[in-house]
Design a protein around this ligand. Structure first.
Ligand code: ADP
Ligand code: MG
Ligand code: ZN
Length: 496
């Protein structure tokens, strides 16, 4: 079974995409949302459970104050209003991984609502309107046993309830219009923005590969010129920034082919597969099917205004203001800044400067060797296995005259290859610049003896002729000498 796809550019001639993004963020609170169990990834299965998160009869939930605090700070950072009073609601469903068969969530009374954020793609700003950010709990996890590790073809499944009751914030956009052909990139930039923002707030590990940041990507198409929303699909399982972009592109091409052939898009959830396709999941329930009703076991939340204002004062610097401030501090041009942000290098560069490198040096490493490595590996810049501190250490070796730029590139290569800290790579690969005066002087004397013509010219004052002699010395030193030092030594020797 393979989908009919329309070419992306052709689809953009005919249709206007509309996005809807639902992002789940797992909070990094010490304990779960409604009980005192540890909120910890990767523990022994079912070791962090109690009657509340197992949903045993008679158990009563108590809301986690720290989770409320995080929810409010997240809402404020997305420019949302914070509810004066809000309640939890039960979302009833058959959850094999949550025994009470309802999820404690928020429905018509979210804690935060009506916000907006601005993201940048290729120098253009796009406003993403936020519908709501609400609190809920995560379900447990099914572990399918069988050759594939997936539910299809599994022999049996095991349940791990450690994740049940993990505090989640779901951030839902309003329909996002006006992104045109940039829709997939805007979606990616938005999720990247949320990830950076949550990290700056310190409320979540936001690791997409571990599922602490998850995105469901909705998209529909409107014929160009129309203002009537089309039917959307909701693609799940997109667990990297790159996948968000790819999945949306795929859905746009698939929906365009259906609509152009006179067909109708089915409203459904779909699953993303890393091979590059989506496949149909379940037909989407309507809200009525969940029989939402206010949670009777929890008191309403009414955050005092003074507390909300206190929390507002703890927000990190606005990302755009921060970028402008760093640009001024670093003395970079608009174009340089755009390249940096486009490459996702702002934070790595900032951290490298904090670790002691000059802005220019930090920029050089992140926008050349490291971005190339990330592209080759298909990973994000902040996932490359070299830390900003290691980049700064490498640059320090250059500044101290222990490495040339060329040798430093080999050090970077070594660190990326897992050979250890920069100093260890220098030692292991024998990369340090030769500073032994005796060894250098020997090479200089040999170069002068081998090229008497060049030496004579230099003696006559034609200093450019020293280039050939420098080249010969550098070659003998296998590049491990500082060219400026070699040049001085040659001139001094010939002046004797
Ligand atoms: P569900 O519970 O079905 O996931 P939500 O309202 O939680 O629905 O989320 C749906 C997301 O899709 C929201 O971001 C919403 O703004 C967006 N959306 C709704 N209708 C459309 C549409 N026709 N096209 C694109 N996005 C849409
Ligand atoms: Mg949803
Ligand atoms: Zn518990």
């Amino acid at each position: 079974m393979s989908d009919e796809l329309m070419d992306y550019d052709a689809a953009m001639e005919l249709f206007e995409p509309v996005l809807g993004l639902e992002v789940h963020v797992e909070l990094n609170t010490k304990t779960k949302m409604f009980c005192g169990c540890a909120n910890e990834f990767g523990a022994e299965p079912n070791s962090h459970t109690c009657p509340v998160c197992l949903g045993l009869p008679g158990s009563l939930p108590v809301v986690n104050a720290k989770a409320i605090e995080s929810a409010i700070r997240i809402g404020l950072s997305l420019n949302c209003s914070i509810a004066e009073r809000c309640r939890f609601a039960r979302k009833n469903y058959f959850y094999p991984d949550m025994t009470k068969d309802f999820q404690t969530s928020q429905y018509d009374e979210p804690i935060a609502f009506d916000g907006e954020v601005t993201v940048e793609v290729d120098g253009r700003e796009y406003t993403v309107p936020i519908e709501r950010a609400h609190m809920e709990e995560d379900a447990g996890k099914l572990v399918h046993q069988g050759a594939t590790g997936r539910i299809q073809g599994a022999d049996y499944s095991l349940v791990d309830y450690n994740r049940a009751g993990t505090p989640l914030i779901e951030i839902v956009t309003k329909p996002v219009y006006g992104t045109g052909a940039r829709a997939p990139e805007v979606a990616r930039a938005y999720v990247a923005f949320l990830r950076d923002q949550m990290r700056a707030l310190g409320v979540s590990d936001v690791r997409m590969e571990q599922g602490s940041l998850r995105c469901d990507a909705n998209v529909s198409l409107m014929p160009k010129g129309s203002t009537r929303l089309g039917t959307r699909t909701e693609t799940k399982n997109v667990n990297s920034l790159r996948s968000i972009e790819r999945a949306l592109r795929y859905e746009i091409c698939r929906q365009a082919a259906i609509l152009a052939a006179g067909g109708r898009v089915i409203q459904e959830t779909r699953h993303w597969h890393e091979e590059g396709v989506t496949s149909p999941g379940r037909n989407k329930e309507q809200a009525e099917d969940y029989r939402y009703f206010p949670e009777p076991d929890l008191v309403p939340i009414a955050p005092p205004r003074a507390w909300v204002e206190e929390l507002r004062a703890t927000l990190p610097e606005d990302p755009r203001a921060r970028a402008a401030r760093l640009q001024a501090e670093w003395g970079f041009t608009d174009l340089e800044m755009r390249d940096i942000r486009g490459a996702g290098a702002l934070e790595p560069i900032a951290a490298t400067v904090t670790a002691g490198a000059s802005p220019a040096a930090a920029r050089k490493w992140w926008l050349t060797e490291l971005v190339r490595y990330a592209n080759d590996q298909g990973i994000e810049l902040d996932e490359v296995p070299m830390t900003p501190a290691q980049v700064a250490q490498t640059q320090q070796l250059v500044d101290d005259g222990q490495l040339t730029d060329k040798l430093a590139r080999q050090v970077v290569e070594g660190v990326l290859a897992g050979e250890g800290e920069p100093a260890a790579v220098v030692a292991r690969r024998g990369l340090a610049v030769v500073t032994d005066e005796g060894a250098l002087q020997g090479a200089v004397d040999r170069a002068i003896a081998a090229q008497p013509d060049a030496a004579a010219k230099v003696r006559d004052g034609k200093v450019q002729a020293a280039g050939a002699l420098i080249g010969a010395v550098m070659k003998e030193m296998r590049g491990q000498a500082d060219a400026a030092t070699v040049r001085e030594l040659i001139l001094a020797t010939l002046a004797r």
